[in-house]
Design a protein around this ligand. Structure first.
Ligand code: HEM
Ligand code: MTE
Length: 467
């Protein structure tokens, strides 16, 4: 019996386009699925996310593949095996502060490897109302700390005359467990659209710096109360410090107003669970802050210390970043002290399907996307145009109805439309409205700012129609 051809991972990786052929692996087996891509019941674009690499991380998200008939189908395309000699254990480069970062899901579109910043591709982002943990967007400023849950302690600084707390994970579990579905969005989401107007400083996020999870943990108000804090000072802030730090020992930090922290209705959490699992390392294991309705930057991960101060956190990320300015302000004239730190975010929406530049068939099409607003304001409507904004259709809103003033999570939406044969292109636009009747600006230029934050203009996608 002949032994099967052996391939290296690199050879497999070089086969990820129609020109080279499309290869994937499962376990040690190699498959050429070029002919199957167009037949895939889940659509070609999803299969292509795995092109040139292993199927396991994707099939872990879609259990539909754990069936004998799927395996039998795949077996027809087998062309060989992975070369076993290649499996040399990686050596740990100890001088690299990022060497100990966790493994990441290959579907993530990486905007920066070190520190790790990545977003899920649009075709996966709105597949699920709750974003699966492995593809939740990740925004790190520093290396991911590797914390031991047994020795982990959270320090809560008490008020004068009160009591400081040093809480183990076990201590935190003793507080009433509170669960809430919250969408997290980075202030830099959709920055790449601002860059097209004029250069900005920051990572090139597309539409994916936003994700939704079911978070569980102790309420911050319960923990602060135990330490003796009260809502007495009006000009007070709760400062958070992460256990991630740069080589000089400076930790990530941020703050929120004490009034929000102490309000039980605001549901601010010291979260230790994400979608029923312990927090993944990238998302703050073992404990992070979750501040519903507030910009991602305040949801401090790997939380080490909480204190109540008369001023905002002195952290760079509170005082010298994550603020909005007029389009006329540049790096020579900017005065960071003149603008408030971003807390609640404005109304936002984006199209995830179809994608810009795609070519689609005439006939029935589905336009999909997400919409969310800050401060617990509910999305009440999403308007979609197929002709660049001349005429509009109201999209169907999916997802959970949420209590008034506590709409912490996004709504996914879709619109079914028919495209007449002979039409050459579509200029798809979406815009959302929240329950304060806040709307999105129609273009990016008037909201351009030097840091590229708060990018929430109408989202526009241009698609071609096959003749
Ligand atoms: C559905 C095969 C890769 C996402 C299916 C089904 C088959 C299949 C046979 C239908 C299953 C059934 O309904 O019984 C394959 C093969 C793949 C592949 C052979 C690789 C060569 C992927 C990847 C993804 C994916 C990489 C995601 C990133 C899906 C989804 C469905 C599906 C979402 C469900 C579609 C629906 O709603 O009916 N796939 N798949 N597949 N696949 Fe895949
Ligand atoms: N917390 C710490 N300790 N370090 C960080 O770099 N990044 C912040 C915030 N909390 C950050 C942090 C920013 S800017 C965002 S948008 C969110 O975490 C991202 O959370 P995620 O990576 O879980 O999506």
């Amino acid at each position: 019996q002949e032994s099967p051809p052996l391939y290296t991972k690199e050879e497999v990786y070089s086969h990820r386009s129609p020109e080279t052929g499309i290869w994937v692996t499962l376990g040690s087996e190699v498959f050429d699925v070029t002919e199957f891509v167009g037949l895939h019941p889940g659509g070609p674009s999803k299969l292509m996310l795995a092109a040139g690499g292993p199927l396991e991380p994707f099939w872990a998200l879609y259990a539909v593949h754990n069936q004998p008939h799927v395996r039998e189908l795949l077996a027809q395309y087998k062309i060989g095996e992975l070369n076993p000699e290649e499996n040399v254990p990686p050596t740990l480069e100890t001088s690299d502060p990022y060497a100990d970062d966790p493994m990441r899901h290959p579907a993530l579109k990486v905007n920066s490897q070190c520190p790790f910043n990545a977003e899920p591709p649009p075709e996966l982002l709105t597949e699920n109302y709750i974003t699966p943990n492995p593809i939740f967007f990740t925004r790190n400023h520093l290396p991911v700390p590797n914390l031991d849950p047994d020795t982990y302690r959270l320090h809560i600084v008490g008020p004068p005359g009160g009591q400081s707390l040093s809480l183990s994970l076990g201590d935190l579990y003793k507080f009433p467990k509170h669960e809430v579905t919250v969408t997290l969005q980075c202030a830099g989401n959709r920055r790449s659209e601002m860059t097209r107007v004029k250069e900005v400083k920051g990572l090139e996020w597309r539409t994916g710096a936003i994700s939704t999870a079911r978070w569980a943990g102790a309420r911050l108000c319960d923990v602060l109360a135990q330490a003796g804090h009260q809502l007495s000072e009006t000009e007070a802030h709760v400062c958070f410090e992460g256990l991630d730090s740069d080589p000089t020992g400076t930790a990530y930090g941020a703050s929120i107003p004490l009034a929000r922290a102490m309000d039980p209705e605001a549901e601010v959490l010291l979260a230790y669970e994400m979608n029923g699992q312990p927090l993944p390392r990238d998302h703050g294991f073992p404990v992070r802050v979750v501040v519903p309705g507030v910009v991602g930057a305040r949801h401090v991960k790997w939380l080490g210390r909480v204190s109540v101060e008369s001023e905002e956190s002195c952290s760079h990320w509170q005082r010298r970043d994550y603020k909005g300015f007029s389009p006329s302000v540049d790096w020579d004239t900017v005065d960071f002290d003149s603008a408030p730190s971003i807390q609640e975010l404005p109304i936002q929406s984006a199209i995830t399907e179809p994608q810009d530049g795609e070519t689609i068939e005439p006939g029935e099409i589905t336009v999909k996307g997400y919409a969310w607003s800050g401060g617990g304001r509910a999305v009440i409507r999403v308007d979609v145009s197929l002709d660049g904004g001349l005429t509009w259709h109201a999209a169907d809103l999916d997802g959970e109805e949420q209590p008034p003033r506590k709409a912490w999570a996004w709504r996914l939406w879709q619109l079914q439309a028919s495209v007449p044969a002979g039409q050459k292109e579509l200029n798809i636009v979406c815009k959302a409205v929240d329950d304060s009747y806040n709307v999105q600006p129609d273009t990016v230029a008037p909201i351009w700012n030097l840091r590229g934050v708060l990018s929430n203009a109408w989202h526009r996608v241009h698609v071609h129609i096959t003749p």
